[in-house]
Design a protein around this ligand. Structure first.
Ligand code: SAM
Ligand code: SF4
Length: 325
């Protein structure tokens, strides 16, 4: 097997698969006016996903993260998870979700073979959570986190750092994870095509979080290549970790280990690429497997060394729900 590698020698054992671009939340940094345009009905079918994952697994993919939009809006999400979990070669199946109806849906996801869950929780204050997402579901989502931990799942929480909303929230998050093996990751707000003015007003550097963590006795762990772009911090009194994702740092793309496929089957080289490359026409039958492998390999020449976010260039990405964040 030849593992997918680009011209810089970066390998790609990790695939982020969007299963819909539809979302029911209206996060102020992502879909502040709700989801207007979407291709929910045109999303890849389970059979197309099966062919896609068989090809990526043959090219060295070991981990699949299912994302969106909001993946839980797919009624067949358990079947998608099961397809990923039963693809030979795929060792980890993770899901990124806003946690809507987490408690009700978790048992089916777990039974289908989900190993890891990333839940987006930008604030632990119910009112601020409501202001950010447009939904009043914080407490139900937190109960879902406890249920996932009780099932033995690996749980990460994603919080997008925003001035005026959660820039002072570190101590509340630390209090919440004191007894929970949850890895909380603070992600710096990224600019997208539709969010320039919001970004300029609310972007908040993760450096403040790093300083505060170090002052509170947390230590930064040495970064391993396979960790991807998060910087990780640990503390002897806490079972979980804190992650910091700083897409604007100059070496952010150096260890990029992921490729993306959109909900309509386009291979995207980067979250901020200008667009994607069609794979769907080669997902219609098993007989196309070899052609699909060749196409994916040949497309890797389009993987750029870096994103161009520092220069304010956001590619074709109007919001992250469109591509699969
Ligand atoms: N709907 C799911 C959710 O919110 O978890 C999955 C899709 S969402 C696009 C994936 C992740 O991207 C979430 O953690 C979200 O907070 C993050 N995200 C969305 N827009 C972002 C932005 N402009 N900057 C940084 N992170 C963003
Ligand atoms: Fe939906 Fe996720 Fe975007 Fe929030 S961040 S609007 S939950 S896709």
């Amino acid at each position: 097997m030849t593992i997918l590698k680009d011209a810089r020698g970066r390998q790609f054992p990790y695939l982020r698969l969007s299963v819909t671009d539809l979302c029911n939340f209206r996060c102020n940094y992502c879909l502040p006016d709700g989801c207007k345009d979407h291709n929910h009905k045109k999303a890849l079918t389970v059979s197309e996903i099966r062919h896609l994952l068989a090809a990526f697994a043959a090219l060295g993919t070991r981990k699949v993260r299912i994302t969106g939009g909001e993946p839980c809006l797919r009624k067949d999400l358990p079947a998608i998870i099961e397809t990923a979990a039963t693809t030979p070669g795929i060792e980890n199946v993770a899901l990124t979700t806003n946690g809507y109806r987490l408690q009700q849906q978790l048992p089916a996801w777990h039974q289908a073979g989900l190993n890891a869950l990333n839940i987006s929780i930008d604030s632990l204050d119910p009112q601020v959570f409501h202001t950010i997402t447009g939904h009043n579901r914080l407490n139900a989502i937190l109960r879902g986190v406890d249920d996932a931990l009780a099932l033995g799942m690996k749980v990460k929480v994603n919080a997008v750092l925003m001035r005026d909303f959660n820039d002072k929230a570190l101590s509340t998050f630390l209090g919440w994870i004191k007894d929970k093996p949850v890895s909380t990751r603070f992600i710096e707000l990224m600019e997208t095509g539709h969010s320039k003015s919001f970004f300029e007003k609310h972007h908040y550097s993760g450096d403040h979080i790093r300083e505060e963590l170090l002052q509170r006795g947390w230590s930064q762990t040495p970064r391993k290549k396979e960790d991807g772009p998060a910087q990780e911090f640990t503390h002897q009194d806490y079972p979980g970790r804190i992650g910091l994702i700083q897409p604007y740092s100059s070496d952010f793309c150096d260890d990029c280990n992921r490729l993306r496929v959109t909900s309509i089957g386009q291979l995207q080289m980067c979250l901020f690429a200008d667009g994607g490359f069609d794979l769907r026409s080669l997902l219609q039958s098993e007989d196309q497997h070899d052609m699909l492998l060749a196409r994916i390999r040949s497309l890797l020449v389009h993987k750029n060394d870096n994103h161009f976010l520092q220069q304010g260039i956001t590619g074709g990405t109007q919001n992250l729900a469109q591509v699969g964040g």
